[in-house]
Ligand binder design. Structure first.
Ligand code: SAT
Ligand code: MN
Length: 583
């Protein structure tokens, strides 16, 4: 097979001439093709069958133990000018980067099949969607791309019509960490990835295309490619507000995207709709509002911690037709991870489980599942025009200082909140505990260009005629003096979202403070929650001297972006800082 697009055929032929595969397979995305891939991987051991009685269509993949996560130190943004990549990225000159990685691709597919994967990020008929083609020698990547993107014949047709696509070349290589690179060439709309089979390094539609390359394209074209979940909140009157939210890793994005309302809310008719759990593309619409699509078609979620308490919708989603990567298994061959009932007998590396070897499931073990299997999957997620966003939420893991919720006074203040966000390191990560790592808009590893230019781009949306969403900052992780979390989290977070929606609808007055608008007494609905008055006061208090120190630190952080930092953002930081000093 070939395509009707000469540029695509030429590129495929060029790649084949370098990598020298035995055969080339153009993926059509059909069930038959998927089943054949699964059968082949069961034979080679790339996949292991799980208990088909309890988990029909579920398989386990065990990766090389040295290849279990994204490798930020080996990930490069290769722009013509080093300045354009910014201090937030590793940079290599494009010519050097091509030379280095092309040498690794030389003959790397000998004796193997080269798969050509045409894919579309976003609904196939949406003008907001963007297409790409990934070439890979990994059937595991093909199977995962089929779940995570719209892959196959329909995407190829769109690519042939548009004549434009992101080129992604991937090979698993030798899985040698010394011969592993993830290179991005945003000016050439090209990605080259060698030496890793792991999700974020190998499923090129995801972080590489939908965030790093797309953020670069979005800046040129006037939209936003963000590391955000999208969730629809339907009130008892049947009105749905869509909220987009950015959090650094380990803050519960997938859980929030699939939130189950507290009992009382359910009885009153509240419903929550999942549109996306990781990536959000937002375009200004003709009415001035921002419209969002989820460019992905599936969830590549962290398994450990996913439980009946934290995320029952995810558990239901992954009860069938799911690929698990690096989880443990039970005696009756069911997938298992920390947080589930039952006991593991085999760990993620296939060894008899021994607690001395650490957790049974790898802490970054994953499930890959079609979004359609989620009980709360929103029908609007498949619509071409996207969903209008009412509120943007930033958040991090901040044991102190940051209140449960605050609202930015305007767009520029909201951009400052997003730029300043971050998480304090926990004991779970290596290194010092309690160190604040700023991760602006949760995009530190994913922004494909200079953060200073990125802030300028964010600020540029505030223009005449724009009807922008309100911006909020939340902190579910505030701790009391006893070291315990003050806020119950999970489904109860809907109470905080309800307040945001009341603000959007003009139904809550709030209290203005120097750091933003906080809920006024009685505005957060807390009935049925055993929270003392003191606890609520602590969750919403304003420690002025602590905030002065924080604003000072934010100023220093902003200065690290040098002369590309928009002065508007520094002014906004000064404004808040001064307000904190005004009695
Ligand atoms: O590690 S991945 O990039 O594949 C997934 C994630 O971090 O959200
Ligand atoms: Mn993510």
């Amino acid at each position: 097979m070939t395509s009707k697009l000469a540029a695509l055929d030429r590129w495929v032929n060029d790649v084949a001439a370098t990598t020298r595969p035995a055969t080339i397979h153009w993926c059509d995305g059909s069930d038959t093709e998927y089943q054949a891939l699964v059968q082949q991987m069961l034979q080679t051991g790339d996949l292991i069958e799980l208990n088909q009685q309890t988990h029909p269509g579920c398989y386990l993949h065990r990766s090389n133990p040295s290849d279990v996560a994204r490798v930020e130190h080996l990930t490069f943004v290769c722009t013509e000018h080093e300045e354009d990549a910014g201090p937030n990225n590793h940079w290599m000159a494009p010519a050097d980067a091509h030379a280095k990685i092309d040498a690794l691709f030389e003959g790397c597919m000998e004796g193997r099949t080269m798969y050509v994967i045409p894919y579309c990020m976003g609904p196939i008929d949406s003008p907001l969607s963007r297409c790409g083609v990934e070439i890979t020698d990994s059937p595991y990547v093909v199977a995962n791309m089929r779940t995570m993107t719209r892959m196959g014949a329909a995407s190829l047709t769109r690519i042939e019509r548009e004549g434009r696509f992101v080129k992604g070349l991937h090979s698993t290589g030798e899985l040698d960490p010394e011969r592993r690179f993830i290179m991005h060439f945003p000016e050439e709309l090209t990605i080259k990835s060698y030496g890793s089979g792991y999700g974020g390094n190998a499923l090129l539609g995801k972080k590489c295309h939908a965030l790093r390359i797309a953020s670069f394209q979005a800046r040129r074209e006037g939209w936003l490619a963000e590391h955000m979940l999208i969730v629809g909140i339907e009130n008892p009157q049947g009105k749905t507000h869509y909220v987009a939210a950015a959090f650094p890793s380990a803050c519960g994005k997938t859980n929030l995207a699939m939130l189950i309302p507290p009992e009382g809310y359910r009885q009153n008719g509240w419903r929550v709709w999942t549109v996306g759990d990781d990536i959000c593309w937002m375009h200004p619409g003709e009415d001035g509002r921002l419209y969002a699509i989820n460019p992905e078609a599936g969830f590549f979620g962290v398994a450990p911690g996913t439980s009946e308490k934290s995320n029952p919708n995810a558990l239901t989603s992954i009860s069938h037709d799911t690929i698990f990567t690096n989880v443990a298994v039970t005696a009756d061959n069911q997938p298992w991870w920390e947080g589930l009932p039952g006991t593991p007998v085999t760990d993620w590396q296939g060894r008899p489980y021994d607690p001395a070897n650490g957790p049974a499931a790898h802490p970054n073990s994953r499930f890959t599942v079609s979004a359609k299997q989620c009980p709360t999957w929103s029908p609007k997620a498949e619509e071409a025009q996207g969903v209008p966003i009412s509120a943007i939420v930033f958040g991090g893991r901040r044991p102190s200082l940051l209140p449960l919720v605050m609202e930015a006074r305007d767009w520029a203040h909201g951009v400052l909140m997003g730029a300043a966000m971050g998480s304090e390191t926990t004991a779970a990560a290596t290194g010092a505990v309690g160190v604040l790592r700023r991760d602006s808009m949760a995009m530190k590893p994913f922004c494909g260009y200079h953060y200073g230019d990125y802030f300028t781009h964010w600020l540029s949306f505030d223009k005449p005629g724009a009807k922008l969403p309100k911006i909020f900052h939340v902190n579910w992780f505030r701790k009391g003096k006893d070291g315990k979390f003050l806020w119950p989290g999970f489904g109860e977070n809907l109470r905080v979202i309800e307040w945001m929606i009341d603000r959007v609808d003009g139904k809550a007055r709030g209290v203005e403070t120097p750091i933003g608008t906080l809920p006024a007494a009685g505005e957060l609905k807390l009935d049925g929650l055993a929270l003392s008055r003191d606890t609520m006061a602590e969750l919403l208090d304003l420690d002025t001297s602590g905030w002065q120190t924080e604003l000072h630190a934010i100023g220093e952080y902003l200065d690290s972006f040098g002369n590309r930092l928009p002065s508007r953002l520094r002014q906004e930081q000064l404004r808040v800082h001064q307000a904190l000093h005004t009695p």
